[in-house]
Design a protein around this ligand. Structure first.
Ligand code: OXD
Ligand code: MN
Length: 590
């Protein structure tokens, strides 16, 4: 037995009674056990081994064709009262959800193994870290959780013999029936039930389900924050490292920024970028009064298409060993993988993500646009030395980002914390062709948390304001970036990728030296043209002037769109944010 903890054992007994598995396997986290589960998964066809010389310990998996992404319309926050879920979540009364899902889970594992996966989110013995236990009938989930979290005995040791503070996650693939697919969160009971999916975001319960939805609610109760943020450190030539956390809606290049490699001219001066995390940050006030952050995960669940030597060489390196690929192209000649956006030519003898013979002549894409790699954090060449530090890293700046063709300038800084909360609360992106049929629609995605905030979004904004109050003068500075401004022909003006380093350096200076240059504008502090180094770049001074320009008329029309969004939130919208909106309006009208 791995634990004496009665809270754990009684719960496992209850779930075993409900799901009636053929047998029960506790995951201890040992190499030997994982190797055996890998072998069993290969034998059952769940995964296939890739070329073990070029891609050691790498495997490929295909999900069901109807099961390739997070299902937001089937994702529920289940509470006693509707108002506690707020307007941005699907709500289900918790007693009704348990009733429906209990009938679906009843006997669902009768011909299967039930795996018990104890896991730890965060470094061992860290005040930030939390324990979860996931019960699943999927060996693919076991193998992915082994990469994404710290699993096994160490998690139970962190929990101890008496604590009841662990998240109870139950998952079954059942029959992958999309009509009975439900991803249910019960924040009031630290519980997650997920059924009829095998896709990562719905079934690796430590990630979005626990580390964001449940954790955001825990954070509100316990005075900390769970955010959809990357964490990176910028090392200056003198060896000082300044840390930032950054939130972007999907398809805005979060993993690319987290693993950025500085352009030659900065590398030669001695600048380095260290990656602490690419998706989730848990933040809390430290003993020194500053805001500290950890990455609760232990790996990357990255989108494969578009990951290339140009966009993200470090991510590409992450995928060279100990990686599970899901829904990518299987190159049969080399027994390796390929996806759209890779620089190497497409394979000529290959299977697409559905398992059908495929060549690049085919009209359909070979890899699913949401195909993924699951790679351990230690594979990342730029992983931070502080990755496992139980105290985390001190955050000097928070960066929000969106995708707007004309509105938001390349970068700007808020006047203060509450103004920064307003900027985060009103993050917006124009939809891309890849995401929906209709392009250019403006979507609000506050703090990039729309699909992930486990409670009422207005209360979540109040929580942000309260955290700022408690940090006072130690609060990180808050910025907004937009890499996506276009010229009159619709071409991106800013080169992006590694060159975003140039913007990070302005941000860095603003954090470390309050007198560093900036221009005060109605929307916040914006760099002067000469404050962003464009030497060696294919961008003119006019181009830079354009992307730093603030078009007052556009901003005034944005005000009414923000007003509509705020109205939709209802009574829980904090007064501080309505005040920020009024102040912005009057500054623009001045
Ligand atoms: C992710 C997401 O998978 O945000 O990280 O959807
Ligand atoms: Mn994400």
């Amino acid at each position: 037995m791995l634990t004496k903890n009665k809270n754990v054992l009684n719960w496992i007994d209850d779930i075993t009674y409900l799901c009636k598995p053929k047998n029960v396997v506790w995951i201890d986290g040992s190499k030997k056990q994982i190797e055996k589960i890998c072998l069993d998964s290969v034998n059952s066809g769940e995964i296939s081994p890739l070329n073990q010389e070029t891609l050691p310990n790498c495997f490929i998996h295909r999900t069901a064709v109807n099961d390739v992404a997070r299902v937001e319309d089937k994702t529920f926050i289940c509470t006693k009262n509707k108002k506690d879920a707020g307007i941005t979540n699907n709500w289900w009364k918790s007693s009704d959800a348990y009733k429906k899902l209990s009938s679906l889970f009843n006997g669902v594992m009768s011909d299967r193994t039930l795996y018990v996966i104890p896991y730890l989110m965060g470094p061992p013995s860290s005040p930030f870290s939390k324990v979860g236990i996931e019960i699943t009938d999927s060996s693919y989930v076991v193998l992915n959780m082994n990469i994404m979290t710290r699993i096994g005995q160490l998690a139970l040791d962190n929990l101890g013999d008496t604590s009841n503070d662990f998240v109870r996650g139950l998952h079954s693939k059942a029959s992958i029936d999309e009509n009975n697919r439900y991803i249910c969160h019960f924040p009031e009971e630290n519980t997650i039930w997920s059924i009829n999916s095998g896709y990562g975001g719905n079934v690796l319960l430590g990630k979005k389900c626990f580390a964001l939805r449940i954790a955001s609610y825990q954070g509100k109760l316990e005075s900390w924050m769970a955010e959809h943020m990357l964490i990176l450190g910028v090392e200056s030539p003198d060896g000082d490292i300044t840390y930032f956390a950054a939130a972007f809606p999907s398809a805005c290049g979060k993993t690319n920024l987290a693993m950025l490699i500085p352009p030659e001219i900065y590398k030669n001066k001695g600048y380095k970028i260290w990656c602490v995390g690419d998706d989730i940050a848990w933040l809390r006030k430290g003993e020194d009064g500053r805001l500290w952050a950890i990455n609760p995960e232990n790996g990357f669940f990255g989108v494969a298409p578009g990951t290339s030597q140009k966009s993200n060489p470090n991510a590409l390196k992450c995928t060279k060993s100990n990686t599970i690929f899901t829904n990518v192209v299987h190159d049969l000649d080399n027994n390796s993988v390929w996806w759209e956006g890779m620089e190497t030519p497409p394979p000529t003898n290959a299977l697409d993500w559905k398992g059908n013979p495929w060549t690049s002549q085919n009209l359909e894409k070979g890899a699913h646009p949401n195909s993924r790699f699951t790679s351990p954090a230690y594979n990342c060449p730029s992983i931070s030395k502080e990755f496992n530090n139980p105290h985390g890293v001190p955050i000097s700046g928070i960066i929000f980002g969106g995708r707007r063709k004309k509105l938001a300038p390349l970068v700007y800084q808020s006047y203060d914390w509450n103004h920064g909360v307003f900027i985060g609360a009103t993050i917006s992106s124009e939809t891309t062709a890849a995401a929906t049929g209709q392009t250019g629609i403006v979507r609000r995605d506050p703090m990039a948390m729309i699909p992930f905030c486990g409670y009422d979004i207005g209360e979540y904004f109040s929580h942000w304001i309260n955290i700022g109050d408690s940090l006072g003068a130690n609060a990180p500075k808050i910025f907004h970036v937009n890499w996506f401004r276009t010229d009159d022909n619709g071409n991106f003006i800013w080169p992006g990728f590694g060159e975003n380093m140039r913007v990070l350096l302005w941000i860095l200076n603003r954090c470390n030296n309050p007198d560093s240059p900036a221009k005060k504008t109605p929307i916040g502090f914006v760099p002067n043209i000469e404050d962003i180094d464009i030497s060696g770049l294919d961008i003119s001074t006019k181009g830079l002037t354009d992307i730093l320009h603030i078009d007052k008329d556009l901003w005034l029309s944005e005000i009414s769109s923000i007003q509509d969004f705020f109205l939709s939130i209802g009574k829980s919208l904090p007064i501080e944010l309505s005040k920020q909106l009024e102040d912005l309006k009057s500054r623009l009208e001045e």
